[in-house]
Ligand binder design. Structure first.
Ligand SMILES: [Zn+2]
Length: 273
């Protein structure tokens, strides 16, 4: 990752650190369409009273304070409280550039993805666990980054992306198996979706370990992937079966899911007649 360094004015941060780097704190700039470079130039000015180590926008990142120096990004206001262990002295501050869409602050997908990449590399570099990656909100309850405070799910999504792309996190996802949704254990990694084989059993797949051949075996049920409407002859046969035999809708649906279901239903109806 090529990150240019545009130093903030020395009056905007403190030289050195009084504590090791333990935390990463994520912020937003509360601007509309700003860039990392804009922000870097702004903080070249003296007496801003604040600073961050990095600014991220959709297509680039700029560093303005060295990791080894203390940026002023998450200090509590006078009389304010702290809600976790992050302080300016022990954290790296990252500002995400923002946009206003429909009257609300937004962090674009590209900016979030770029920020995730930066956070991951800093987690690796300083051996910081996910539990010590937080929002400014988590430090002082300031509404920052506002879109991820207003909608905490976006923050959860961001955190998931930090581990997912690392080692692939198991997630329960609904997957359509033979047209019915089943919760399956899935892992998304490198653009591929992996489904736990055992999750297939609930949909009628036979998943076993074949001891003779020493490999896992999956046997599909006698199903077809979807049940088409069926032609008129099939529909007539279905009506006859329901009328005469009193078959439930779900029984019919089951018969029609069988890969030779149309033929079966037609033959059964013909037998009745
Ligand atoms: Zn903030």
């Amino acid at each position: 990752m090529d990150i240019p360094f545009i130093p903030a004015h020395s009056s905007n941060y403190a030289r050195g650190r009084t504590a090791p780097i333990l935390w990463i704190v994520v912020h937003y700039t509360a601007n509309d369409g700003d860039t990392d470079t804009n922000n870097a130039h702004y903080f070249q000015g003296a007496g801003r009273g604040a600073s961050a180590h990095y600014f991220v926008d959709e297509d680039s990142i700029t560093q303005t304070v060295r990791d080894s120096d203390t940026a002023w990004h998450c200090g509590a206001e006078r009389g304010g409280s702290y809600f976790n262990g992050a302080r300016n002295a022990n954290s790296i501050g990252i500002e995400m550039c923002s946009d206003v869409v429909g009257g609300r602050y937004t962090i674009t997908e590209q900016t979030a993805a770029r920020t995730a990449g930066l956070v991951r590399s800093l987690m690796d570099k300083y051996n910081i666990p996910l539990s010590r990656v937080c929002r400014h909100y988590d430090v002082t309850h300031k509404a920052c980054p506002e879109p991820w405070v207003r909608n905490p799910q976006l923050w959860e999504d961001f955190k998931r992306r930090l581990v997912e792309e690392e080692d692939g996190m198991i997630e329960k996802k609904n997957v359509l198996l033979n047209g019915t949704a089943y919760p399956c254990e899935c892992i998304e990694k490198d653009g591929y979706n992996f489904v736990k084989m055992r999750s297939l059993t609930q949909a009628g797949y036979d998943v076993v370990f074949d001891a003779a051949r020493q490999m896992p075996a999956i046997t599909a049920p006698q199903c077809r992937p979807f049940v088409p409407e069926g032609d008129e002859a099939v529909q007539d046969a279905v009506d006859a079966l329901q009328e005469v035999c009193g078959l439930e809708e779900q029984t019919i649906a089951y018969l029609l899911r069988y890969e030779y279901g149309d033929e079966l239903v037609r033959k059964l109806a013909a037998g009745l007649r």
